[in-house]
Write a protein that binds this ligand. Structure first.
Ligand code: A3P
Length: 281
């Protein structure tokens, strides 16, 4: 995709669905035969919504230890199926896929699914910084152009609006085991957000353990991880994952017109995230 300022983003396509250079579309098709287990937990995010953070938190709750390195994240799109098949139970897996594309077996087996949402304004900025900083993307566009690509869904994993719409509909129907959490809620009141998450997971924990999870998964702690494999992938040698870890960086980037355009798109999709999440920053 060529943005209006001449930036060019090259994506792989499978039936109108776009992926980055690190995903094989055939792998996504093969995933349809993936065998889930009833005690699997699936963490679902649109990229840049706090995938690494929620994975660490959930892994700590389920397995009582930290993953310690982002490359131990069990990502459906990036790990070969035989590797995923051999992981010991209980598995904490993650995906960026929208509801219609996840392996059906997760639904058949009634696995617990955690959907983590974040203010799309912060996601757009985080995604822009991420893609511009990764060598493999070879993208040198500007924010204004990337903003248009984001709004039109011409980015890896397509439209944030569609992705969120599919998962919120599923969560509202209540047919599957889906629990929606917000990045901003973990930032605002970690203990309450983690306690609600452990309730959903059916795990009881002492206040002391919740404090451990809080400390271990803090932004500073996760950022200091020397095993961060993504360091070598970035253009400037800084982690493309652990950038600012804040709520509201969008205010440094969005023009009033961009705020209006994004609000319009939210409205068109009938998406009404809590004003507290969207605007109280
Ligand atoms: P920013 O780019 O706004 O800093 P993902 O894991 O889905 O790629 O999301 C990355 C975003 O989550 C980045 O946002 C990153 O800084 C933030 N993040 C990662 N770990 C975090 C943590 N422990 N606490 C808060 N934010 C975190």
């Amino acid at each position: 995709f060529q943005d209006e300022n001449g930036g060019c983003l090259t994506l792989l396509e499978d039936a109108g669905y776009y992926f980055g250079p690190n995903v094989q579309p055939e792998h996504i098709i093969n995933l349809q035969n993936f065998k889930a287990r009833p005690d699997d937990t699936l963490v679902v995010t649109f990229p840049k919504s706090g995938t690494h953070w929620l994975n660490e938190i959930t892994s700590m709750l389920v397995n009582r230890y930290r993953n310690l390195s982002p490359d131990t994240m069990k990502h459906l799109e990036y790990l070969p199926v035989d590797v995923l098949d051999e992981l010991p139970s209980p598995r904490v897996l993650c995906t960026h896929l929208p509801y219609p594309r996840i392996p059906l077996d997760f639904l058949r087996k009634r696995c617990k699914i955690i959907v983590c949402l974040r203010n799309p304004r912060d996601i757009a900025v985080s995604y822009f910084k991420f893609i511009t900083n990764l060598k493999a993307w070879n993208y040198s566009g500007y924010w204004d152009g990337f903003f248009q690509l984001f709004l039109n869904g011409n980015i890896p994993y397509n439209s944030w609006f569609e992705h969120t719409d599919t998962w919120l509909k599923v969560a509202r129907v209540g047919k599957h085991n889906v629990h929606v959490v917000f990045y901003e809620a973990f930032q605002a009141d970690f203990k309450t957000a983690v306690t609600q998450l452990s309730d959903f997971l059916g795990i009881s924990h002492t206040g002391e353990f919740i404090d451990d999870v809080h400390r271990e998964t803090s932004f500073q702690n996760m950022k200091q991880n020397k095993e961060d494999y993504t360091l070598v992938l970035s253009k400037d040698g800084k982690s493309p994952i652990y950038r600012k870890g804040e709520v509201g960086d969008w205010m440094n980037w969005f023009t009033p017109e961009q705020i209006h355009l994004m609000d319009q798109e939210m409205e068109a999709w009938g998406l009404h995230l809590e004003p507290r999440i969207m605007y109280t920053l």
